[in-house]
Design a protein. Sequence first.
Lengths: 263, 281
Amino acid sequence: MTERFPLFSRCLSVFWVVMVYAFLYIPIIIFFIFSFNNAPFPAPWVGFTLHWYRALVYETDIWVAVGNSLMVAMSAVLLSSCMSIFLVFYAVSRSSKIKGLAAYFYGNLIVPEIVFAVGFLGLLTMLKVPLGFITLVIAHTVLGLGYMVPILYSRYCELDYRLLEAAQDLGATQLQAFFTVTHPLLKPSLLGAALLVFIISFDDFVLAYFCSGTTFQTLPLYILSMLRVGVSPIVNAFSTLLLVLSGILVIIYSSLTIRNRIF
Amino acid sequence: MNLLKKNVLKKIGDEAMPFALGIPAFLWQILFFYIPLLLVFILSFPTFSWEYFTPFFASEYVSVIVRTVLIALSTAFFCLCIAYPIVYLIVFKGGRFKHMFFLFLLLPFLTTFLLHIYAWMFVLERGGVINVLLQSVGLISEPLHLLNSSFAVIFVMVYCYLPFMILPLYSSLEKFDKRFFEASYDLGATWWQTLWRVLIPLSFPGIRSGFFLVLVPAFGEFAIPELVGGDKKMFVGSIITHYTMGAQTASLGAAFTLLTAFILLIVVVAVYGITVKIFKQ
């Protein structure tokens, strides 16, 4: 098709790309525009104002929720990355790799979150544990382990084992070999997986709904309550802020890593 | 003798530390993952009978399950149809800007998932942007009833699960050896033939993992149907939530969860089997 109809296929490609990007960015753009609208939410354009951004700064509930989400996400990332590094170290120190170690952890991704949430809630009510920050962190760590262990372990299996052998031949103990050889090689995957777990935990809604109890509110729960009650452009302003922040982070990240390849 | 003992102890100590370090992950997993799953199983059979399962064979629950399965399958299918061309274009025709395109493709999804639902609610509703636009242009005379329907649910779900399809497809197509294209053209195949006989079979693991990465969470989803699907309890997730968060109905919730997990397993195995048959991989 590309040889017989070059112009057509090129137009089609451009059309498709434009359509998909438009589909992806329409809500974002609408959010952006309407966060400056001088009228409460679903209303046509009235006038430009920064009133909602000012109101956003004073709205304490949302910032408390954001703080909670950040704390939970950080703790979950920390816990799961420590535990998975230790697990990989354990796997490393055996002379033969444990076949299918990661398979024990695949279940975390395969089982739908809601099934896990129901079971976890059942466990907590059976043990009469009060729901709150700690229970949510535990749940998110389980999720995090499910992402980190397979990623780290498969990355480790792709490493050249001769590097480790060489290190030990040169006199390193297992611990030293791990820290000076394996760990730096695993670090990119570790950071990538940690970022992934952070985003997933920050965004996670199902587990927060089931396991965080009534007093502890994370950001998705806050947004859900706003959606049910009645929205206000403060949420628009917040999401625009979030998007600008993510955009800046993405641009910084890309300029650090792909600077050689684009410009 | 003392030296021997010291060496043996050192060896054991050397082995013990990694073992001690490896334990927390396993303990955590067993305690907080496998036991809850077991608990779901146990809770649904408190009296060793099927009594908590029988209410769910009524027709309205069956229709909910069927609807959920169909919507999840169509979500995965549409995600695939939308994502595959764009990833193909980015990877093979992107040139120098490949990474930038990819990053900008994923950028919208860095904001919270719920905000996207909120945004589409705003766009699709009666007084929302689409209707206002179409009315002002004159294409329709009264607002389209887009929200609170299956269409809205599928639409928003495709939007929210697109990155889960894009990522595996991208990593799978990135690894694709471009020389296969050249070889195929050299042997006389057209682009269309190459697509169906070379590219898709070879990128099939990526397609399959993307498909399941969308299908399984979409099946258990309950935020989207609750917010854009209307008041009726149309999805498996909503019913599970309703029963589990209710006061005395925890066992019913667990039973229904188990039932739907089982059905999901059957669906996944069926899809996997069908794809293996078709593509012989």
